[in-house]
Design a protein around this ligand. Structure first.
Ligand SMILES: [Zn+2]
Length: 243
């Protein structure tokens, strides 16, 4: 036990901060008094105190983070409140910073979104449904924009999936075709009429007997050829009609 020189109370040694310069290696005043003195000094010398603690934080980044986290854990409500207050006072800057951080860390953003989705699946689905119902056009535009930004991504993903689940996919395809004859016909008609890549591929593979790895250039050329032939044919029919 040791008596505090300031408040005069007798306290266990663990209640005193260490101080190498003192004979017994401990401060003369107790921890509580020390905190109070420091607090009063801080209030009187706010600018200097801030500069000092900034300097300390910069020199002790790891320790500063640790003590920050510890304080946060022990004062969760206060930490949240002061975080909110800080956010509102510096909203513009914070938003800008957040945007920049997101640009720097796209992988983390995606991971966070995934985590959020997994943890709130029902809510997210509900929200997406509502979003879609309110403005289906906007949603379609969003999907289209995503596909345009990442043309290879969905294609790659579905190709990989198909490769892994080939039998399943084939069975599903057969089942779907059997149930959707009309739709299929319509799809084929449109692919023919609009010269879709897949239609071009089917023409090329019929002619050459190759199915896989048809280069895009060849597809483009085939499309040009087909369009040209059609245009000529149309032109001839137009001529016949006029005669
Ligand atoms: Zn004391």
């Amino acid at each position: 036990m040791k008596r505090c020189s300031r408040c005069g109370e007798e306290k266990p040694l663990s209640e005193f901060w260490k101080d190498k310069r003192k004979v017994d290696g401990l401060r003369t005043s107790c921890r509580a008094c020390g905190s109070e003195i420091a607090k009063k000094w801080r209030e009187k010398n706010l600018e200097r105190a801030r500069a000092l603690s900034r300097k300390w934080r910069e020199a002790n980044i790891e320790r500063a983070r640790e003590s920050n986290e510890k304080w946060r854990k022990n004062n969760l409500e206060q930490a949240r409140a002061s975080g909110r207050e800080y956010y509102h006072k510096n909203k513009e800057r914070m938003l800008d910073q957040g945007k920049k951080w997101k640009q720097r860390n796209p992988e983390k953003v995606r991971e966070a979104a995934r985590r959020h989705y997994r943890n709130n699946i029902e809510k997210c689905k509900e929200r997406a449904k509502k979003y879609y119902k309110d403005a289906p056009e906007r949603y379609r535009g969003y999907q289209r924009a995503y596909r345009e930004r990442n043309p290879e991504r969905p294609r790659e993903a579905s190709r990989r999936y198909r490769e892994k689940n080939l039998e399943k996919c084939r069975a599903m395809g057969r089942k779907w075709s059997a149930a959707n004859r009309g739709k299929l016909k319509e799809k084929e008609r449109r692919a023919r009429e609009e010269c879709h890549d897949n239609y071009m591929k089917s023409l090329i593979s019929k002619e050459r007997g190759v199915r896989e790895n048809i280069p895009q250039e060849l597809i483009e050329l085939k499309r040009l050829q087909v369009q040209l032939i059609r245009a000529i044919r149309k032109r001839r029919e137009y001529g016949k009609e006029r005669r």
